[in-house]
Design a protein around this ligand. Structure first.
Ligand code: UD1
Length: 428
């Protein structure tokens, strides 16, 4: 079990390029199973979740070649649509394969994804939508089996704008017979990225990024080269790293418009954020101020994935900040760990009241989930004394070699195994 050891208190400074987005790459990797020919994807981040998806594709019979952040996939050799249970269990996002495999091959069998530490995360909207598209769905003994000779277009209205359901149904509808309308669709940038990819492969999707999406089914889709968009959650986390260490950090390869809600809140704390076409710069000098209302919401609202990292910053802001989580029912697991580091936070149901403190102190803490882990890294960067973060496999699901990125900006952070903590070298 690896852990991160951080010697806090270093001001971060420098420039860093943001890697491709996990949440764009995962559905696009699933979509590749619908394509004829070889797809070459660029800037695919080297993350544990991506590796699981590539392992699943290999287990289905696809030929996968990975060289750094370039991944080539030949899906025509796929000879089974049974997703292995042990891989399915490693990552919820394997559910993205439901739509593409069903629409391309006429059947798919997956094990049911369980709940996870941030909430129950059902998939009822995915299944309801597929059934409207004509899928026959059977659920038994923890498995879901879907079959259909050919899906047919339908009008689907989502009860809530689920990102995953929108993506799954959009993919399924691409090879369906006729037109599909998805109402109350999610508007996250990754939906547009997936639609851009599919459209360049021959799909006919309009309205992605808005709340009604139209898909006209086509007979076949052809593989194309594609560049994965930058990760807005990683970008947000790195901005916060600059802010919490009272540093000056420049990010390249970003899409500032995807981060408007985050930039707005950062500015409310008194941090300076400069925006240009694909560059963001954060500069933090004066006293950090509390924000009176940070509420997560579907895009373009404040992203739930940056709620925990932003809370780390607010623990050091002057005054009381009010943070509400509206997307996931149990996404405050980082609170007790931040409290171990001296943060003053009270939680009432899905609202946290964060009373800023003068300083955080390093402590031994645990990453309970991916973004909670990122929050602890941020807190550790600002804390006095050493912080040791365990269960960092959560962090590796979404941040590529986070320690070397932060070290490049001047942080003293090392990845160690428990018995080597005393000898941790932080690098330069
Ligand atoms: C995606 C992102 C995740 C982000 C989340 C919300 C990926 C790989 N993951 O997750 O990082 O935190 O969007 O922006 O892109 N729901 C249902 N029934 C369903 C589906 C969802 O009730 O069938 C509920 C969920 O429990 C949750 C809410 O809808 O409360 C939003 O979930 P959803 O947008 O589907 O998130 P994911 O696609 O799982």
């Amino acid at each position: 079990m690896e852990r991160l050891v951080i010697d806090g208190g270093q001001r971060l400074e420098g420039s860093i390029r943001v890697h491709g987005a996990k949440n764009a790459a995962l559905p696009i990797l699933a979509a590749v199973t619908m394509l004829d020919g070889e797809s070459v994807l660029h800037d695919v981040p080297n993350l544990d979740d991506v590796q699981v998806m590539l392992d699943i594709l290999r287990s289905l019979g696809a030929r996968v070649l990975q060289e750094g952040r370039t991944v080539s996939i030949q899906a025509s050799s796929i000879d089974t649509t049974d997703v292995p249970e042990h891989l399915m269990r490693q990552m919820r996002s394997s559910i993205f394969l439901l739509g593409p495999l069903l629409t391309r091959f006429g059947s798919v069998r997956v094990s049911k994804p369980g709940g996870c530490t941030i909430g129950t995360r059902p998939i009822d909207l995915h299944l309801k939508g597929l059934s409207l598209l004509g899928a026959h769905i059977e659920e038994s003994h923890g498995f879901i089996a879907c079959t259909a000779t050919r899906l047919r277009g339908a009008n689907i209205f989502l009860d809530l704008p689920s990102v995953g359901a929108t993506e799954n149904l959009m993919m399924a509808a691409c090879l369906a017979d006729g037109e599909t309308m998805i109402g109350n669709a999610a508007r996250e940038p990754e939906i547009r990225d997936l639609a851009d990819f599919l459209n360049c492969c021959g799909a006919r999707i309009t309205g992605a990024g808005e709340d009604t999406i139209y898909i006209e089914g086509v007979e076949r889709l052809r593989a194309r080269d594609f560049q994965i968009a930058p990760d807005r959650v990683v970008a947000g986390t790195l901005l916060l790293a600059g802010a919490i260490t009272r540093g000056q950090v420049q990010l390249t390869n970003v899409r500032p418009a995807d981060l408007t809600a985050v930039i707005t809140k950062l500015r409310e704390t008194g941090v300076q954020v400069n925006v240009s076409r694909d560059i963001l710069e954060v500069k933090s000098t004066g006293v950090l101020q509390a924000v009176d209302r940070l509420q997560t919401a579907p895009f373009p609202g404040f992203p739930t994935d940056l709620q925990a990292p932003f809370m780390a910053l607010l623990t050091l802001a002057n005054g009381t900040s009010v943070v509400s989580e509206t997307i996931f029912e149990d996404r405050f697991k980082h609170v007790s760990e931040l409290q171990r580091m001296g943060a003053s936070i009270k939680v009432d149901l899905r609202t946290a009241f964060v009373q800023g403190v003068r300083e955080l102190s390093g402590a031994a803490v645990e990453a309970t989930d991916l973004r909670a882990g990122a929050a602890l890294v941020l807190a550790g960067l600002a804390a006095q004394g050493p912080t040791v973060i365990d269960r960092i496999y959560h962090i590796d699901r979404g941040y590529e070699a986070i320690e070397s990125q932060l070290r490049d900006l001047g942080a003293r952070i090392a990845r160690t195994r428990p018995h080597t903590v005393a000898d941790a070298t932080y690098g330069t």
